[in-house]
Ligand binder design. Structure first.
Ligand SMILES: [Zn+2]
Length: 406
């Protein structure tokens, strides 16, 4: 809610309108920005000067435009002076990145949790690792703008509370409060902090950093131990009433199907997720091998028939899920990510095939299905993307002071 007379907020909204415009159309001039955004040329010049002084924008060499030789100076986001932090609090450990304003990774860390069952200890470990990352020489002398955190469960992004992370066994964890407490007294104590579910965060990486312009509506389906999605419509992330929008892992694909961690049966999670695949290969009651996921990936790579059959079955179920998402949201494209992408075309090809069969049956063109470029860092980079996304949208109500303790 914008309060009348809040000149600082109004100014920030105008400044960030210029930055967002340059994200989508790098190289615009001040005059072009004035025309597009609807601010006077003198206001644009003033705000651009501020944004250049602060490290958001830079200008490249003059270029002549038109027969009269008028010259316009192209403006761009500055990749050299600011940095964003992103964190993926994963199932078995942490993955952290620092990026520049354009999403280029400057420094990264990953480490296993000391004790994955202790959520507070894991958040404290993340705080220590983030502080160490921020001190990395590769970041000097950049100014840090914000920190985004992706969590593997349902999140209330307005409070930074994790409702439940089923594959970690964490419930009702005040991640924002714990992180703020752990960062107190460090250089990151007052950094704007944003917290969201991992699939939604990875969707924001696609929106902000993939370079896929106009890929909106966009659906990012994340397949790890479970299945989730981030849905972006008109440049905004759908979060829903309670933050559960995109929990497509618990859409039912098979009535009376295998039991799911949520209590239902036949959920996408229980038919497609890596936990379901592990259960299918090893049996649900079998003791897990020491490094179950690595063994699953290795078995697929060496062509183990039972593993490939289970992966292909999961892929066909994924195709059904993609069809349902296509029909529900009519997306421009669907991106697939998450740890299961290590299975590559063994998983994705059957999904594409099923989607193509549904498309052929209706004589409609199915949306493009692609695998984004960020790989194992997609959630951590998504954290950085989320920080940029909300900092550039000060009217959204996210940002400095969003969580208690700021
Ligand atoms: Zn479920």
């Amino acid at each position: 809610m914008i309060v009348a007379g809040d000149q600082q907020l109004l100014k920030q909204i105008n400044r960030m309108a210029l930055v967002r415009q340059l994200c989508g159309a790098p190289g615009m001039s001040r005059a072009g920005l004035s025309e597009t955004v609807g601010l006077t040329k003198s206001t644009v010049s003033l705000l651009v000067r501020e944004l250049m002084d602060e490290g958001w924008l830079t200008e490249s060499a003059l270029r002549a435009t038109g027969a009269l030789g008028r010259r316009a100076t192209p403006l761009h986001l500055d990749g050299e002076r600011l940095a964003l932090l992103g964190a993926d609090l994963g199932i078995t450990g942490l993955r952290l990145v620092a990026t520049n304003l354009l999403g280029v990774v400057l420094a990264e860390r990953d480490e296993p949790y000391d004790d994955a069952a202790d959520a507070a200890a894991c958040v404290a470990q993340a705080a220590r690792a983030l502080t160490a990352l921020a001190a990395d020489a590769a970041l000097a002398p950049r100014t840090l703008l914000g920190l985004g955190v992706g969590l593997h469960g349902a999140v209330d992004d307005t409070s930074g509370l994790l409702h439940v992370a089923p594959h970690l066994g964490w419930r009702n964890v005040d991640v924002a409060g714990l992180l703020r407490a752990s960062l107190a007294g460090t250089a990151l104590a007052t950094l704007p902090l944003f917290i969201q579910n991992e699939a939604k965060v990875a969707a924001l990486a696609e929106l902000e950093f993939s370079g896929e312009r106009g890929a909106d509506p966009l659906i990012y389906v994340s397949i790890g131990y479970g299945v989730g999605a981030g849905i972006i419509v008109n440049g905004r992330l759908m979060t829903g009433l309670y933050g559960f929008a995109g929990e497509v892992g618990h859409t039912i694909l098979q009535q009376g199907g295998p039991p799911c961690s949520c209590g239902r049966r036949g959920c996408a999670d229980a038919l497609i997720g890596l936990q379901a695949l592990l259960d299918a290969v090893h049996g649900p009651r079998q003791p897990a091998p020491p490094e179950p996921l690595q063994q699953l990936f290795s078995a697929a790579e060496r062509g183990d028939a039972a593993t490939l059959a289970a992966v292909a079955a999961a892929g066909r179920h994924l195709g059904v899920l993609l069809n349902n998402l296509w029909v529900a949201f009519d997306p421009m494209s669907i991106a697939l990510g998450g740890a299961a992408m290590r299975l590559g075309e063994h998983l994705v090809a059957p999904a594409r095939q099923v989607l193509a069969e549904y498309a052929a049956a209706t004589s409609l063109a199915a949306p493009a299905v692609r695998t984004p470029p960020f790989g194992a860092n997609s959630i951590a980079i998504g954290g950085a993307a989320m920080a940029r996304h909300y900092l550039m949208r000060p009217f959204d109500g996210h940002g400095v002071g969003s969580y208690a303790g700021t």
